[in-house]
Design a protein around this ligand. Structure first.
Ligand code: HEM
Length: 214
């Protein structure tokens, strides 16, 4: 029987981060407010379910989160003491407002036109299981990020290119597959993360095991 708790949880359109959207959708994080320490713990735990058990420094996650809802002293104070509002990240300091992939529309739906774009940066990759698929390694991701930044000329901030380093390369570290030619993100899995708000099955299984052990 399907229980309510098994259903994907609704995610605010004002949360533009595919990683956090998936964590809300699977019920690991609230769509509203969460203490910074909890977000850091859940993000780090999900990361550990990736191939090779990637470790993300909790301090760095914490620092990013702290700035997510605003950089003013009141905002920083509020976020520090009362937590991160996951449903109020859009238009915050980390929102690149179109200087990123544009894979998500502002209403949280997938942008059908943009979904085709990463395909032109992807290369055929050979997984360690001998399967060939389209994927993005670090050099393809660099080219994709450069192109995203370049097309936003006139409406981008310098910091936007630096912010990208905490997004795609970190996603590669967490959700990447160890291919025969190096680590890569499966294009299919990236689209599923943005569109379906879910992590690859192998990561979900490991997460379930971790929860069952508790
Ligand atoms: C393992 C942790 C994380 C990973 C792998 C990750 C990855 C990503 C990726 C791939 C994007 C899409 C960028 C694009 O569309 O070009 C993104 C966007 C975003 N992330 Fe995360 N993220 C993580 C944690 C966080 C945290 C903790 C926050 C906290 C506030 C956050 C806030 C955002 C925001 C606001 C955006 C939208 C940026 C834009 O306008 O393009 N992310 N993230």
């Amino acid at each position: 029987m399907i229980k309510d708790s098994d259903m994907p949880h609704p995610v605010s359109a004002n949360n533009p981060c595919p990683f956090l959207r998936a964590l809300v959708s699977m019920g690991e994080l609230s769509d509203k407010r969460e203490p910074l320490a909890k977000v850091a713990t859940v993000v780090a735990a999900m990361a550990r379910t990736g191939d090779g058990q990637p470790v993300l420094p909790r301090g760095a996650i914490y620092a990013v989160e702290w700035t997510g809802n605003g950089l003013g002293p009141l905002s920083l104070f509020d976020t520090h003491w009362r937590g991160l509002r996951l449903n109020a990240l859009r238009n915050g300091p980390l929102d690149k407002k179109g200087a990123g992939s544009r894979l998500l529309n502002t209403d949280g739906t997938i942008n059908a036109k943009q979904v085709e774009r990463p395909k032109s940066f992807a290369e055929e990759k050979l997984s360690d299981g001998g399967v060939t698929e389209l994927g993005l390694g670090l050099s393809e991701l660099r080219a994709y990020m450069d192109a995203n930044f370049a097309r936003a000329v006139g409406r981008r901030r310098l910091v936007d290119r630096a912010l990208m380093l905490g997004e795609w390369p970190v996603l590669l570290k967490v959700m990447g597959k160890e291919g025969l030619g190096g680590r890569y993100l499966s294009l299919e899995e990236v689209i599923e993360l943005f569109k379906g708000r879910c992590f690859p099955e192998r990561m979900n299984k490991r997460m379930d095991k971790r929860i069952a052990k508790k």
